[in-house]
Design a protein around this ligand. Structure first.
Ligand code: HEM
Ligand SMILES: *[C@@H]1O[C@H](CO)[C@@H](O)[C@H](O)[C@H]1NC(C)=O
Ligand SMILES: *[C@@H]1O[C@H](CO)[C@@H](O)[C@H](O)[C@H]1NC(C)=O
Ligand SMILES: *[C@@H]1O[C@H](CO)[C@@H](O)[C@H](O)[C@H]1NC(C)=O
Ligand SMILES: *[C@@H]1O[C@H](CO)[C@@H](O)[C@H](O)[C@H]1NC(C)=O
Length: 551
């Protein structure tokens, strides 16, 4: 035995030889990987003939070239420079991206969800954070979840939530009012983004799963659900390099790192809270405690509606415990910062445009009721145009990315000239290619919205010919909630929330600018407002708020 151990290797494999072999592997593997990622994929690329910028970095590709352009011009400027509405460029570690302002191509990608999935790494991160849910599933699993969720977010269900939207909007009025107690009439500087985030959270808690964040505070005054959720998100994003690697190689999500263990621990806390919430909703349904009275949300929230829809659903449409509980995380991720950011940008436009503010105020003041019906609220034309314009100019999600799940073909509405001068009417795409849908760029395209597309002007919609191009859309002719089977589940919900808050805000307060300059930043998925010179403070929307004179 001992002799065997003394000569564990065949004779020709001397330690030196093994050393050289390992060294060769260590040196050759990256070279092979490099050859595969760069020259090989470039040579075999089916859309090689598309035009586009040369990468400025091996690791980052052309991402810096794109990011150097102002938000809203990133992709439009590329298409203009290269004289083609569809261009290609390299993303991280050689990955190919196609960006297009061609509406035919965009509609095709958004509709063909079997061929075009969300980014695999993105889906993996969301699944790790919240469990399987509608945000991170594809194909049959997605269709099944959407069928049940759609009924919880349809016009009837959202209309029943109207009293809750009013309560929360008036709660916001109270919160702002408290901050104005010492105001001498000149206005007080308030970060409205924080105010809106609180409102959006309270709304998504109540309407999403009949949960009152305020009522569930622990001994330290923190809400356990928010705490577990934030711990997990922060844990997941704590190692930036790992996040980058995971988004390129989703397999890395399964690596047993210390970080993965911490995230799993937060997930377990979150899962148990979510399971408790689902059980409470189920008990309410069993008790038939479904009241339509104001202030009572039993039975009307999304999770209760899902549980009930699931009971009557056919076998293939059903969702199990963990799938229903998983939607809680989806709602917290998708319904919190999106609406709050939209309201923050709307507030900036109000502060910068006193005439628009006066017009909006005059319209909402003309309504006799403090809590008008959904029909009345939706029949206010200027409020509708204001919200439409705000979601056009500052879409909370300025772009979405899809990844080809299979080799496929994308048709072009406008043919492009290839590098070799040939005319291309369609693009052959290889599996794994990313396709960028530049929401912001299309929302600011003067050919679609008129010459003043960069200006905030709700009156543009008085011209029924606007938009001049039909975008794949579920509301307002805008791409802001995208179109196709993955369109924003909560768009009716978000619109009512935004309208109710603006209604109350304009009837109660006057908004004036602080004289600061804002920039639009994009550290993650949502386009956030930051004050120039106060970047370190992170996202904020400070404005001067003054209570209107009581009549
Ligand atoms: C102004 C506010 C909002 C905007 C602009 C917005 C926009 C979007 C966009 C662009 C997507 C597609 C993302 C992608 O496919 O990559 C999306 C998806 C989604 N949104 Fe919203 N959203 C808003 C508010 C909300 C709210 C309040 C909720 C929930 C109550 C919500 C729930 C969802 C869900 C669940 C999805 C995933 C749908 C699916 O993949 O089938 N959103 N949203
Ligand atoms: C919304 O869904 C509910 C439950 O499935 C259904 O009863 C109602 O008719 C639907 N409303 C609309 C407008 O589709
Ligand atoms: C619930 O369904 C999902 C998707 O079909 C599945 O992955 C999961 O294991 C199921 N969970 C339970 C507890 O049955
Ligand atoms: C969905 O409905 C099926 C059939 O009624 C049931 O077995 C299952 O437990 C339900 N899921 C949840 C989460 O209640
Ligand atoms: C909502 O978003 C804000 C800002 O990112 C965050 O601080 C808060 O914890 C989030 N709330 C929930 C319930 O996710």
């Amino acid at each position: 035995m001992s002799t065997l151990l003394a000569h564990p290797l065949p004779l020709y494999l001397t330690p030196q030889a093994v050393g050289y072999a390992v060294l060769a592997l260590v040196l050759l593997a990256p070279l092979a990987l490099y050859l595969y990622l760069y020259p090989y994929t470039a040579a075999t690329l089916p859309f090689k003939n598309l035009r586009g910028p040369a990468p400025t970095s091996g690791f980052f590709g052309s991402l810096f070239t794109v990011a150097a352009k102002p938000i809203g011009r990133r992709y439009m400027s590329l298409t203009q420079e290269h004289g083609a509405s569809t261009v290609r460029f390299r993303g991280l570690v050689g990955r190919w991206r196609i960006a297009s302002t061609d509406v035919t191509a965009i509609s095709h990608v958004l509709r063909h969800t079997g061929q075009w999935h969300r980014n695999e790494g993105f889906n993996g991160l969301i699944e790790r954070a919240t469990g399987g849910n509608v945000l991170c599933s594809e194909d049959e699993a997605h269709r099944r979840q959407r069928r049940i969720l759609n009924s919880a977010f349809n016009g009837t269900s959202v209309a029943a939530m109207m009293p809750m939207f009013w309560e929360e909007a008036y709660d916001l009025k109270k919160n702002v009012g408290e901050l104005l107690k010492a105001d001498n009439g000149d206005g007080t500087k308030i970060d409205m983004l924080q105010i809106y985030i609180r409102t959006a959270m309270d709304i998504i808690g109540r309407a999403g799963f009949n949960y009152y964040f305020e009522k569930h505070k622990d001994t330290e005054g923190e809400n356990p659900l928010s705490k577990a959720f934030n711990a997990m998100i922060n844990g997941m994003l704590e190692n930036r390099a790992l996040v980058v690697i995971q988004s390129i190689f989703p397999q890395a999500l399964d690596m047993p790192t210390a970080n993965a263990r911490r995230v799993a621990k937060s997930r377990a806390v979150l899962d148990s809270i979510a399971a408790d919430i689902v059980n409470s909703r189920r008990e309410e349904i069993a008790r038939e405690h479904i009241s339509l009275e104001k202030g009572e949300y039993d039975g009307k929230d999304v999770i209760s509606l899902c549980l009930r829809a699931n009971m009557s659903a056919g076998e293939r449409d059903r969702m199990n415990e963990s799938e229903i509980a998983g939607q809680i995380g989806a709602l917290m991720l998708a319904g919190n910062e999106t609406s709050a950011t939209a309201l923050a940008w709307g507030t900036l436009h109000l502060s910068e445009n006193p005439a628009i503010q006066a017009k909006l105020r005059a319209e909402v003041m003309s309504v006799p009721d403090d809590e008008p019906s959904l029909e009345t609220l939706n029949s206010l034309p200027y409020l509708d145009r204001f919200v439409r314009e705000l979601l056009r100019l500052d879409p909370p999600l300025p772009q979405v990315v899809r990844t080809a799940a299979v080799d496929c073909v994308v048709p072009l509405g406008t043919p492009v000239l290839g590098r070799d001068g040939t005319r291309m009417t369609e693009i052959h795409v290889s599996k794994g290619t990313d396709f960028v849908i530049p929401i912001n760029d299309l929302n600011r395209d003067p050919r679609i919205w008129g010459a003043d597309a960069d200006t905030f002007n709700p009156d543009r919609y008085e011209d029924a010919g606007i938009p001049r191009t039909a975008l794949p859309s579920v509301w307002g002719g805008l791409l802001s909630f995208i179109g196709g089977p993955h369109h924003c589940l909560g768009f009716r919900f978000a619109l009512l929330e935004i309208k109710a808050v603006l209604f109350v805000l304009m009837r109660s307060f006057e908004i004036a600018p602080t004289g600061r300059e804002f920039v639009r930043i994009l550290p993650s998925i949502i386009q956030r407002p930051v004050v120039v010179g106060e970047e370190k403070m992170g996202m904020q929307m400070p404005v001067l708020v003054r209570a209107l004179e009581a009549e």
